[in-house]
Design a protein around this ligand. Sequence first.
Ligand SMILES: [Zn+2]
Length: 88
Amino acid sequence: MVNGTTTLFSPLSRGSGKDANMECPLCKCKKFYLKNPDDEYETYGFDCESGDVCFDPGIDDDDVPDLTGDSHIYCDTCTWSGKYDAIK
Ligand SMILES: [Zn+2]
């Protein structure tokens, strides 16, 4: 018979969406911004310090574009940019 136990333990399991540690893949910073799709000079900063997306104070919720997995976001500190999915 098969000798041994089935190992379900995976020390590096990630990406389940739970216990999200959203940070920049390059610099580990938790501050990002996204651009207004209609006006690339208009940016909306947010941070993920708490594990949730918190837009900067003063940004009107109504103005913020929908943040989806496909949204293109930019690191506030380094040159990284990519899909929001990449940091979730
Ligand atoms: Zn970065």
